[in-house]
Design a protein around this ligand. Sequence first.
Ligand SMILES: *Cc1c(COP(=O)(O)O)cnc(C)c1O
Length: 242
Amino acid sequence: MTADAAARVEQLRANLAAVHERIARGCAEAGRDPGAVTLVVVTKYFPASDVLLLHRLGVRHFGENRDQEAGEKFAEVRRALADAGEPDLTLHFIGQLQSNKAAHVAGYADVVESVDRAKLVTALAKGAHAADRRLQVLLQVSLDGAASRGGVLPEQADEMADVVAAQGLLDLRGVMAVAPLGADPDEAFARLHDVADGIRARHPDADWISAGMSGDLEAGLRHGATHLRVGTAILGSRPSLL
Ligand SMILES: *Cc1c(COP(=O)(O)O)cnc(C)c1O
């Protein structure tokens, strides 16, 4: 390992330990079992080499939000892991997704967390069929009263859940949301928890709640998050924000 890689792995190790510590404390305060919480490390804008270092540190769930970047990076990562005889990983697609890219994403993502419209559901199902794969799907819920940043409105979530569940190759697993900028994350995630309860009443397997990022993971844990999506707290600030 080069000196640069050795320094990077120490930085990632320390950041990862700090996040695990926050999760442990947040779970203790919320009376929850940390074993029931999955950390998804968001590696967007960071290279395949960082993914491989994180994998060596035990991370098995990764999140990406752009199709082209994710497809290329994780093809490289999976090749390297297979060559080294290392265990595979689970890739979560967490970004807004155009339906014309859905079939491509269906070929490499394991979980698609950002499903918010029927057209996208159909396109993902077609892609899953073509790739001979099953996909786990979360409905992205918009908590800012508008669908501007993606997501179904809470009042339309039950109907969209039924649309996903009707597709044989898509497994509806639950909901995802981003707390609106400037909003109280506790209020937002309490709302998401209500939406999740409504969906789970109709679809018992849909018991995942993906809520909480670097800045608000404790709020996610207070409101039932089963999956946290954490980028900057582990990898550092992103090189650029497009
Ligand atoms: C980038 C991103 C994250 C991670 O955000 P951080 O603040 O860097 O932890 C989580 N969720 C989504 C949907 C993202 O796009």
